[in-house]
Design a protein around this ligand. Structure first.
Ligand code: DX5
Ligand code: ZN
Length: 222
């Protein structure tokens, strides 16, 4: 199943509730929430209070992308805000196996993100423990950056590895994803797509529908 995960980072913060409801009604599946600490990445975004308030106004799956050092420290707090899935960076966890287990023991879906330069092979042994892997197609920290083309090779390589080690693995791509390049990502083997600017710039509902039309074309293929 192909899922669109609009990234809140690109939304109009003056009217978050309205923006979130617009993408939910248009058919988005996840809400991608980028938590940044100013240490793992240069910028600071938003944290627990924002997640908690939004939880009251939407039924979307909360996909929390933790761009923070040692995110294991926050698993219980993030769960308390209504998260469904926590994604941590391989590069931010000294004891990645322990952090992944903390997320699973908290009853949440566990995902690991890889920065553009981090090889897919670094997840070889932990792959069976994961629900999703996030291939970053920009350097994390900011919205509106240009898609790094070699991310496509990483998606292909990961899908091949997952066929043996975890066939139901979700592969998410984040950074510079548009309705124009999402088809190539689907063909490479990804199935969950984060889009910030491509959803929230202009008319969010119309932009979501444009993505869903592309998904529909691929899903209708024999
Ligand atoms: C970047 C974030 C992304 C960002 C994507 O570090 O992880 O989720 O919001 O924004 P776009 O889709 O504009 O590249
Ligand atoms: Zn993200």
């Amino acid at each position: 199943m192909l899922i669109l995960a609009p990234s809140l980072l690109a939304a109009d913060f003056k009217c978050l509730e309205q923006q979130v409801k617009a993408v939910e009604e248009a058919g988005a599946g996840y809400l991608h929430l980028d938590v940044m600490d100013g240490a793992f990445v240069p910028s600071i975004s938003f944290g627990m209070p924002v997640l908690k308030s939004l939880r009251e106004c939407t039924g979307l799956v909360f996909d929390v992308h933790m761009m923070v050092e040692e995110p294991g420290r926050y698993v219980n707090d993030i769960r308390g805000c209504g998260a469904d899935l926590i994604c941590v960076h391989q590069e931010a966890c000294v004891h990645l196996d322990r952090t992944v287990n903390q997320i699973r023991e908290a009853g949440l879906k566990a995902a690991v993100a890889l920065n553009p330069a981090t090889p897919v092979s670094s997840l070889e042994y932990i792959l069976p423990e994961l629900d999703m892997v996030l291939i970053m197609s920009v350097n994390p920290g900011f919205g509106g950056q240009k898609f790094i083309p070699y991310a496509l090779d990483k998606v292909r390589c990961l899908r091949e590895m997952a066929e043996k080690k975890n066939p139901s693995l979700d592969i998410q791509v984040d950074g510079g994803v548009t309705a124009g390049n999402v088809g190539a990502l689907i063909e490479a083997g990804a199935n969950v797509f984060v889009a910030g600017s491509a959803v929230f710039k202009g008319d969010p509902a119309a932009n979501v529908k444009e993505f869903l039309e592309v998904f529909g074309r691929y899903e209708a293929r024999p």
